[in-house]
Design a protein around this ligand. Structure first.
Ligand code: ADE
Length: 409
């Protein structure tokens, strides 16, 4: 790949591309880079590169002419090398947002030219005449496009074969698969009283991969719900975890089971409500109250199942044959991250074979459950209820109860 940067500060850009990993790769001819001084292409005596904006306003605007002539010179150099016409990107705060997907796309070009604006901007006519696209590296304004062009150059060049020591290097990393990277640790094992997560010292790579995957998903869900939602849509859960020995589902029948179900229901409701409901409401979530609610549901056609791990109940789910609803899906905190919720949901759905499209509801604040449901083929079809602190004495935060419907994958 050949990369050209058109700038008022070619030395600055060149020195970046000569340092560290990119510098070594450049020395090995894994890519070619050229930084061009816009000023060298001026035709006025003073070598002036910019002027006041037509229509007034502060700042200066770069002339079209020197940029155009510089781009023509780059085009000629590429043609002389037998390369295709370079793809031209203008770096401006008004461009399309940049991300890894764009980096991957730009990395496919044989020749890429990055044009850095400065001061208030660039004469639009040269952008219109030469630009294939305009890119912004984020919602903030820089004094010039140099840092932006280097961000693009760095993220594109590291994808070129051989630039990173190990190709796998970038496959694990943030954004590659749409998830943020898991946390990393190196020696010493304990630093200033902080220990490395023990799983990383086990040497059990299956366990380590599973822990890292979990960390990536949780991080992304909490820090970048937008990325996580997209990831869930593109990563359906096609394979459920296997049922382990000592693990089973039992219909709630005995008094003792009803008591356990009431306790799990209370615990589950509390977990979901604790950040969105008033303390007064949370106080009502006792096993007694929740037990009464379950009995009422039973009268209305609901059946409940407990999940057991080695004879200890650690999950609850309800199904209603009359309406095709699934509800009260809950796994105790200590039994989480083992795929029990997904197995219980699958179990509950299969208990309703007469309903091709069962439904369930979930608070939109319960992003963890929502993500699981979406990955398992459940899609939002509407809003079941709205909890608004302005009109609802039990709500402390505005949230919506979403209705989801199962669509076979
Ligand atoms: N020039 C000034 N601000 C910029 C930004 N955020 N991205 C790209 N180029 C810029």
């Amino acid at each position: 790949m050949r990369i050209d940067i058109v700038t008022l500060f070619p030395e600055l850009c060149d020195s970046f591309l000569s340092a560290s990993i990119l510098g070594r790769a450049r020395a090995k001819n894994l890519f070619e880079a050229h930084c061009h001084q816009i000023r060298d292409y001026t035709t006025n005596k003073q070598k002036q590169t910019d002027d006041y904006p037509y229509g007034g306003g502060c700042g200066m605007v770069l002339y079209a002419q020197p940029i155009a002539d510089c781009l023509r010179a780059v085009q000629k150099q590429c043609a002389d090398q037998g390369r295709a016409k370079p793809h031209v990107v203008f770096l401006t705060a008004a461009g399309q947002p940049y991300n890894e997907e764009t980096a991957k796309r730009l990395a496919q070009y044989d020749a890429l030219t990055l044009v850095c604006g400065h001061y208030e901007g660039i004469d639009q006519r040269v952008i219109d005449a030469f630009g294939d696209e305009e890119i912004s590296i984020g919602d903030y304004v820089l004094t010039g496009g140099e840092l932006a062009s280097l961000v693009v150059a760095d993220s594109v060049l590291r994808l070129q074969p051989g630039v990173l020591a190990e190709e796998k290097g970038y496959q694990d990393e943030s954004y590659w698969d749409g998830l943020l990277e898991y946390p990393q640790y190196t020696r010493p094992e304990v630093w200033e009283g902080r220990a490395v997560p023990p799983v990383l010292l086990t040497g059990d790579h299956k366990k380590i991969d599973s822990w890292r995957g979990q960390q990536s998903r949780t991080r992304t869900r909490l820090r970048r719900p937008d990325l996580y939602e997209r990831w869930c849509e593109t990563h359906p859960l096609t394979e459920l975890p296997k049922w382990k020995r000592g693990e089973n589902m039992r219909l709630v029948k005995t008094d003792e089971q009803w008591n356990i179900a009431a306790e799990l229901f209370a615990e589950g409701r509390y977990a979901v409500c604790k950040d969105v409901c008033t303390p007064l409401y949370l106080d009502t979530l006792t096993p007694e109250h929740c037990g009464e609610a379950l009995q009422l549901d039973r009268k209305n056609g609901w059946a409940f199942y407990l999940h057991y791990t080695k004879n200890a109940a650690d999950g609850l789910v309800g199904v209603c044959h009359k309406t095709g609803q699934i509800g009260h899906l809950f796994v105790t905190a200590s039994a989480r991250e083992q795929g029990i919720g997904s197995k219980m949901l699958d179990f509950a759905r299969k208990k309703l074979p007469e309903h091709a499209h069962p439904t369930l509801t979930v608070l939109d604040t319960n992003t963890r459950a929502l993500a699981l449901y979406r990955r398992m083929g459940w899609h939002p079809v509407g809003v079941e209820a709205v909890y608004d602190p302005a009109t609802d004495a039990t709500a402390s935060v505005y949230c919506q109860e979403l209705k989801l419907r199962y669509e076979a994958q």
